[in-house]
Design a protein around this ligand. Structure first.
Ligand code: SME
Length: 162
């Protein structure tokens, strides 16, 4: 598909662009695996200083690895375990500035220093999965990332429904 390449000087501007592209991705197919595969590629391509971008999907009470870009990762995460499991338990965005000082982080890539995990909720409020993004840069993620990725999670949620 056509993905435009552009430069942005603000994070909200970048996320606005990313989410426009994500919306187009969801309109190309009803197959959610295809949507998530392209979404992970889009996030990895557009977000700078990121070494892992992808999804864990909530199935049978656990988070199961979904489409992603980056090194091979842990395949299953219990709710409450690690940063992803904490997001799944609390249904709230988790931002970890330093994964090495975080007591509840599951290491997948030694290069990772910071992480953001955003829950994807369905219209009825139930958990569909999480967006997980890792960076080698300490404190790489902030509230602007949380806002932009929360919008991405909404777009994906809408694609699951349709
Ligand atoms: N670090 C995550 C596990 C998944 S990897 O980052 C891809 C966590 O603590 O939940």
């Amino acid at each position: 598909m056509d993905i435009e390449y552009k430069a942005f000087d603000s994070k909200p501007g970048l996320y606005s662009y990313i989410n426009e592209q994500l919306q187009k991705i969801t309109e190309e197919t009803k197959d959610i695996t295809a949507v998530l595969a392209n979404a992970s590629a889009l996030l990895m391509m557009e977000l700078k200083t990121v070494n892992w971008a992808g999804f864990y999907l909530y199935k049978n009470g656990r988070l199961i690895l979904g489409p992603f870009q980056g090194k091979p990762a842990v395949a299953e995460i219990a709710v409450g375990a690690g940063v992803c499991g904490t997001a799944a338990e609390t249904l709230e965005v988790q931002i970890v500035e330093d994964v090495h000082s975080c007591c509840n982080h599951i290491a997948c890539d030694i290069a990772t220093n910071s992480e953001i995990v955003v829950p994807i909720l369905l219209a009825d409020g139930t958990l569909y999965g999480v967006i997980d993004i890792d960076s080698p840069v300490p404190a790489r993620f902030d509230s602007e990332d949380a806002d932009g990725l929360s919008r991405a999670a909404e777009i994906i949620s809408n694609a699951v429904k349709s």
